[in-house]
Design a protein around this ligand. Structure first.
Ligand SMILES: Cc1cc2nc3c(=O)[nH]c(=O)nc-3n(C[C@H](O)[C@H](O)[C@H](O)COP(=O)(O)OP(=O)(O)OC[C@H]3O[C@@H](n4cnc5c(N)ncnc54)[C@H](O)[C@@H]3O)c2cc1C
Length: 367
């Protein structure tokens, strides 16, 4: 089968990887570079964790997510996963971290519960007076997304895939599986897969009923010198508790200490607008982290990176078959960890025509 894939974020790259392994003829089109720093997948790292709050279906799918990454590492000959563990910190009953912990309990996933003094002894950047408890899941950590993209691109090239970077698809005809490129040429295949992230609505404006785009930013930080080592050895922090949806990825393998927060996101229509951080934006992200972090005034912001992503109303992933085209949007702020699994599922749906099953799996509705 000849398959054109529009968009080389983790969903498009993984779909290309899975289809190439099945012997299909792939053309992968990316408007920027691979990785593209403007894409949702185009950052240094993304978290992978088992805790999923009340979304038990996604927690259940995590075994498949981990297995699929293992298959990828095997093909790439290198792993880009740091199993540093995942920490949750609850500031008040019913906050996000408390909900994630309740999900771990329901799934009977093991974790270590830490009283505040013990947590602050292990992780001296925490202020023990500001939270009720913490918990450590030893499974999970961070995926090195830029490295993954570079290696997947090289692997695909080696397998003979036609990879076209800096090439924008201007429009698609979903029924004939053809695309019009920015040099006004057309490309036709047997099937088309659109994994265009925050740009999906440019190609399929009618999907605005289902997909909303948001802008967010993450701040890379330099901690004070005496806390550097504590951070280097820290787990990823899934949720700092309270109301900010704040998370932290430690500076693994020299890739930088990153703070991000769900509360910082704003609705935005144009995926290319406001891509330069606003003055003081890094400091306003930093302020969201006290409590439970102490001495935040001693941290300096080294870089602020903006990002655009899509959400559905219920934060589930989405796919839709239109003619000979599959549109896939696996984001809602939590899709990266499923990247390799998504590619395998999309490839299977293309081969078997079982689009309904793909849609259910993406929504985590399969039992
Ligand atoms: C700040 C932030 C933090 C996140 N944290 C996590 C996390 O910790 N863990 C987790 O699991 N998930 C996380 N996510 C979600 C995760 O990053 C996304 O689910 C995932 O990266 C989406 O990948 P994608 O391939 O669908 O989209 P994207 O990565 O956005 O890729 C789409 C690609 O399509 C290209 N493209 C678009 N239109 C065209 C066109 N017309 N022609 C050619 N190319 C085109 C784009 O340039 C882009 O490269 C986070 C997201 C953000 C923004």
């Amino acid at each position: 089968m000849r398959v054109t894939i529009v968009g080389a974020g983790i969903a498009g790259l993984s779909t290309a990887w899975s289809l190439a392994k099945l012997g299909h003829d792939i053309t992968l089109i990316e408007q920027g570079s691979i990785p593209n720093p403007l894409a949702a997948s185009g950052d240094r790292h993304r978290m992978i964790r088992r805790a999923y709050g009340d979304a038990d279906g996604y927690a259940r799918n995590m075994a498949e997510a981990f297995d699929s990454w293992d298959l990828l590492w095997n093909d790439l000959g290198v792993s880009h996963y740091a199993n540093c563990g995942v920490l949750g910190i609850s500031q008040f009953a019913g906050d996000g971290a408390d909900g994630f912990r309740a999900g771990l309990d329901r799934m009977a996933f093991d974790y270590e519960r830490l009283e505040p003094d013990e947590a602050a002894r292990r992780y001296p950047f925490l202020d023990p007076a500001t939270f009720r408890y913490a918990y450590l899941d030893h499974e999970g950590g961070a995926l090195f997304s830029e490295r993954i993209a570079r290696d997947m691109k090289a692997w695909l090239k080696m397998r003979g895939a036609d990879i076209r970077t800096h090439t924008k698809v201007l429009s698609v005809d979903p029924h004939t599986a053809s695309v019009r490129l920015d040099d006004n040429s057309f490309l036709r295949a047997d099937r088309l897969v659109v994994t265009a992230g925050a740009w999906t609505l440019q190609l399929f404006p009618a999907l605005a009923e289902t997909l909303m785009t948001f802008r967010n930013a993450v701040a890379y930080m330099e901690p004070p010198a005496d806390l550097e080592e504590a951070w280097v050895n820290a787990p990823a922090i899934l949720d700092i508790g309270g109301a900010s949806d704040g998370y932290v990825i430690p500076p693994l393998d020299g890739l930088g200490l990153k703070f991000g927060a769900g509360i910082h996101k704003v609705h935005a229509l144009d995926p290319e607008a406001d891509r330069t951080a606003a003055p003081g934006e890094g400091d306003s992200i930093r302020r969201l982290f006290a409590p439970p972090l102490r001495r935040l005034g001693d941290y300096t912001v080294s870089e602020v990176k903006t990002c655009m992503y899509t959400f559905t109303a219920d934060s589930r992933f989405f796919s839709k078959r239109i003619g000979n085209t599959l549109v896939v949007s696996a984001c809602s702020g939590h899709g990266y960890k499923f990247g390799a699994a998504i590619g395998r599922r999309v490839a299977h749906a293309l081969e078997s025509d079982e689009d309904a099953m793909l849609a259910r799996w993406l929504k985590a509705e399969m039992v």
